[in-house]
Write a protein that binds this ligand. Structure first.
Ligand code: NAD
Length: 266
């Protein structure tokens, strides 16, 4: 059995990851790492109280990494960055689902990928990863259509636009031969004037308990194409991340994508 370190086990995603690891035939929970301030520290991981000693939630990254071959991280960017740095040279694979990562976080993940296999995904669902391919093709084919992305998430989500909406934006921009950072707008207010044709809007809506919905719009003359993905349960993302962790173990160091795991090509 391959031992997994679950990061943020008290979180919305961490809870689902614990369940998905427990249900996987080739994976088992090796450790659970949470914030030093979390109420979960020192308590047993649910489901590990049975035979033998229970696994206790720890705030010690090195102890948590030593007890696992791969870690699955859905936490916050600062924690993801710190853990990536701590994992360098330890040969532990990393599956990272935290969103809102900045350049400093990415640099730490790149450094880890020199010594470990690392997979970062803003979304672990098959549907969204297929959608990334579809929207890139559509943006290329519908060359003069106006491109917009709208995402809906629950009211507790911290980062906006969502990592998935940005991934969709990047795919659309690739289809047009642009860098997203050169063409993206994340809001409009006041006398903004007519919409520049090159612009890609990436807009966030927040409220209630929405797990995650993303629509890419292609606006043409007299017609509109919409490609939408709706997530109905966080277990979807957790199962995808756990599937990715099982796939990643034993791979050479480097950065991998969900498209590699799902065989969708690049
Ligand atoms: P959450 O707030 O419910 O959970 C975050 C967890 O991280 C908590 O358990 C918290 O204690 C823990 N944490 C904070 N600091 C830590 C530290 N220093 N060390 C270890 N753990 C620490 O949030 P959530 O809804 O579970 O989302 C977590 C992240 O996952 C967000 O960035 C979210 O956008 C992302 N997410 C990604 C996907 C995907 O498919 N990639 C899907 C859903 C959510």
């Amino acid at each position: 059995m391959t031992r997994v370190c679950v990061v943020g086990p008290s979180g919305r995603m961490g809870t689902q990851v614990l369940a998905a690891v427990a249900a996987h035939p080739r994976l088992t929970i090796g450790s659970a790492l949470d914030a030093a301030t979390s109420v979960a520290i020192g308590s047993p991981v649910p489901g590990t109280e049975g035979a033998g000693a229970p696994i206790i939630v720890t705030a010690d990254p090195l102890a948590a990494l030593a007890a696992a071959s791969v870690y699955i991280d859905f936490s916050v960017p600062a924690a993801t960055r710190g853990l990536a740095r701590a994992a360098i040279g330890r040969g532990v694979g990393a599956v990272i689902g935290t969103t809102g990562l900045g350049p400093e976080d990415d640099a730490a993940i790149d450094a880890l990928a020199e010594t470990s296999p690392v997979l970062v995904a803003a979304n672990f669902s098959l549907g969204v990863n297929l959608m990334l391919h579809l929207v890139e093709q559509a943006a290329r084919a519908l060359a003069d259509y106006d491109l917009e992305v709208v995402e809906l998430h629950h009211k507790r989500k911290r980062d906006a636009p969502s990592g998935t909406a940005l991934a969709i934006g990047h795919a659309l921009a690739r289809g047009r031969g642009h860098a997203l950072s050169d063409v993206m707008t994340t809001g409009r207010s006041g006398d903004v004037g007519p919409r520049p044709p090159v612009e890609i809007g990436v807009l966030a809506v927040r409220g209630g308990d929405v797990i995650g919905e993303h629509t890419a719009y292609f606006f043409g003359e007299d017609e509109r194409l919409e490609i939408t993905h709706k997530a109905a349960d966080r277990g979807l993302f957790a199962r995808g991340a756990v599937h990715a962790a099982a796939w990643l173990v034993g791979k050479p160091p480097g950065r991998y994508e969900m498209a590699d795991v799902l065989g969708l090509g690049s």
